[in-house]
Design a binder for this molecule. Structure first.
Ligand SMILES: Nc1ncnc2c1ncn2[C@@H]1O[C@H](COP(=O)(O)OP(=O)(O)OP(=O)(O)O)[C@@H](O)[C@H]1O
Ligand SMILES: [Mg+2]
Length: 256
């Protein structure tokens, strides 16, 4: 069998005296949506920050296609095909959709040594990405400031696609969205996975998770304490892992 796209082995992260992650082992496969759940402070964001090169791990290793990878920065991770969409999105309101998608990596052509932006090419590429996502945004030149929350998520996803991401990580993408927009973003998430990419989705919304995830991993106090196929579990069991009421968690936490 082919190795998983990404494998985290014994990942630990310490902030001073605080052990934010302890020995996390997790595989992420192409074509799947893996949901990370857990209470506030459980270590979810820290874990994806390690995956995306934003924080160095204190221990453990990350393998891509079975090969050890070291990320000194988010750029390193992006080059390896890992794109992270943080909750804040980091879009520039006054720039157009196309400009946001290409921000920092604009296409240029040189005429007599002077670089010119290839606006038409960028616009065409972005229009293609928006169409692939079925985002229902007709004008790639519209300013991002005029878009709804769900449409902004779509632009952030386009930026990830434009990096040729093989893994797209999303931290709470629907937290601030209304019902209809949440629906749209969940459809985008599903479409990314169905196109062969891997998606890691952090969410506190059990309903969203059960709608879109193939697999669910639960974090608690810096440890991954459970992993289930969606079809083999239910919200009640997952909640019992999150809160620690599940007998397996109690047994684990009784140990010295
Ligand atoms: N940069 C940092 N410096 C020090 N401590 C940190 C830092 N980032 C996170 N922590 C701590 O690490 C622990 C895990 O935090 P993390 O943000 O990963 O939790 P989370 O599961 O994402 O929670 P939430 O659901 O609230 O977003 C917390 O105790 C947090 O205070
Ligand atoms: Mg978090």
């Amino acid at each position: 069998m082919a190795p998983p796209l990404i494998e985290a082995r014994n990942i630990s992260k310490r902030f001073g005296a605080l052990q934010a992650l302890s020995d996390v082992n997790l595989e992420i496969r192409a074509g799947e949506v893996l949901a990370l759940l857990g209470d506030n402070g459980a270590g979810k964001s820290t874990f994806i920050k390690v995956l995306s090169g934003a924080h160095p791990a204190t221990g453990g290793e990350i393998l891509i296609d079975g090969q050890a990878a070291v990320f000194a920065s988010p750029q390193d991770a992006a080059e390896a095909g890992i794109a992270t969409i943080f909750q804040e999105l980091a879009l520039s309101e006054n720039l157009s959709i196309a400009e946001n998608v290409f921000l920092g990596r604009e296409l240029t052509r040189r005429v007599l040594g002077v670089p010119f932006l290839r606006r038409r090419d960028m616009k065409r590429k972005v229009a293609g990405l928006l169409a692939e996502l079925e985002a229902h945004i007709s004008d790639a030149e519209a300013p991002v400031g005029s878009l709804s929350g769900g449409q902004r998520q779509a632009v952030a996803i386009c930026r990830a696609l434009n990096l040729d991401a093989r893994l797209v990580i999303m931290d709470e993408p629907t937290a601030a969205l209304a019902v209809a927009e949440t629906r749209k973003v969940l459809q985008l998430v599903r479409r990314l996975a169905d196109s062969g990419r891997a998606v890691v989705l952090i969410s506190h919304n059990m309903h969203d998770v059960f709608e879109v995830a193939d697999r669910i991993a639960v974090f608690r106090r810096g440890r991954k304490i459970a992993e289930r196929d969606r079809a083999a579990t239910d919200p009640e069991e997952i909640v019992s892992f999150i809160t620690g009421a599940h007998p397996d968690v109690r047994a684990l936490e009784m140990r010295p």
